[in-house]
Design a protein around this ligand. Structure first.
Ligand SMILES: NC(=O)c1ccc[n+]([C@@H]2O[C@H](COP(=O)([O-])OP(=O)(O)OC[C@H]3O[C@@H](n4cnc5c(N)ncnc54)[C@H](OP(=O)(O)O)[C@@H]3O)[C@@H](O)[C@H]2O)c1
Length: 329
């Protein structure tokens, strides 16, 4: 299969290349795509070198599927042109996620919504993906009423420029800034732009995308999203109030049985999920599983995943695998 990776020189794009190779996605020809400034650069994939082309040039090369991670503007401009040319797009940006005509997909949660008609498929926000994978089996069993989530997000979620800012600050070097404040030895309670209601766009994404993916607008969600000087993955403190009561041991079992989830929950032996452990993994790690003793039928969890993997690249490749398996590409 001819596969285009749009944004191949970026953090998510390079992770997509790794995941495609690792999972043996049947790529017969790779088309690495980036901006005009990277045109002609060589990208290695499975021992072969490919030259980077621009998004417009890639359309003429007729890939069957294009995995986009080149920002919202590139997706808004080019995804419809790819779709018109018969190329199925899996898009990592936020451009199409809340469009009612587009599916927002996490394969383990709502992969069944995909049909042959879907030509632009949205990959959810990284913080949302890792949370809904954990919420799904719990909602099925106990019906979720409300979720309160606070995030501790890795600088890799902002892209190459943010990783460089953190490294420059550590080395005492001046350089380009991705954030309005120093990130090293700091915590910034601000991810994406502020909205009129005082929330950030990242927080509103977590709220709206959760309802769309879970297919249930009755789940109330509130979020505070925070950037921390960490690489390797995003962490989340998730407080969940249910309609029905639960047994903590049963919750642990449900989570252990959920596809894509690993339970790491052994406080006696100091075992709990951390970004260092999630780094490079495709699964979502969950631990600190305990009852919220301040309120009935309420649970506390700590959820960690590699935002570049399950939060972006792995989820996008899993969508492509699903489309391939069902003969849709
Ligand atoms: N990082 C995450 O955890 C994460 C998670 C989920 C979704 N996403 C989304 O994925 C996208 C990329 O994120 P990232 O972290 O990989 O950013 P990044 O490291 O800054 O990479 C951006 C990529 O987009 C390409 N690009 C930029 N402008 C372009 C244009 N006009 N035409 C073609 N290509 C262009 C860049 O190519 P050049 O090298 O040529 O500039 C580069 O390959 C964003 O939409 C982001 O919201 C990121």
């Amino acid at each position: 299969m001819k596969v285009a990776v749009v944004g191949a020189t970026g953090l998510v794009g390079s992770e997509i290349l790794t995941v495609l190779a690792e999972r043996n996605f049947p790529v017969t020809e790779l088309i690495p795509v980036a901006s005009e400034k990277s045109k002609g650069k060589e990208i290695e994939f499975k021992g072969k070198k490919y030259k980077v082309v621009t998004p417009a040039e890639a359309i003429a090369m007729k890939p069957q599927v294009a995995l986009f991670s080149a920002g919202g503007d590139t997706s808004t401009e080019f995804a419809p042109l790819y779709a018109e040319a018969g190329i199925t797009v899996v898009d990592n940006s936020s451009a199409w996620r809340m469009d009612p005509t587009k599916k927002l997909v996490v394969p383990e949660v709502n992969g069944d919504v995909l049909t042959i008609e879907d030509k632009i498929i949205a990959n959810p926000n990284c913080s949302t993906i890792q949370m809904v994978v954990v919420l799904k089996p719990l909602h099925q069993q106990y019906k979720i009423k409300r979720v309160v989530v606070s995030t501790y997000q890795s600088v890799t979620g902002t892209g190459v420029k943010a990783v460089t800012q953190l490294m420059d600050e550590r080395a005492g070097k001046e350089g380009e800034k991705a954030y309005p404040y120093p990130i090293d030895l700091n915590v910034i309670p601000h991810i994406d732009v502020f909205q009129e209601n005082g929330y950030t766009k990242e927080e509103m994404k977590m709220i709206k995308e959760t309802n769309k993916i879970m297919g249930d607008d009755s789940i109330r969600v509130t979020a505070t999203t925070v950037r921390i000087p960490v690489m390797g993955g995003h962490s989340e403190s998730v407080n969940i109030e249910f309609e029905h009561d639960f047994d903590v041991a049963h919750v642990r079992r449900l989570l252990a049985e959920q596809e894509g989830v690993i339970v790491v929950d052994d406080p006696a032996n100091l075992k709990y999920p951390m970004p260092k452990d999630a780094h490079g993994k495709d699964e979502v790690l969950v631990g600190r599983i305990r009852r919220d003793e301040s309120q009935d039928k309420t649970l506390n969890l700590w959820v960690v995943a590699d935002n570049l993997r399950k939060g972006a690249a792995t989820n996008a490749v899993q969508i492509a695998e699903l489309l391939n398996k069902r003969g849709m590409i």
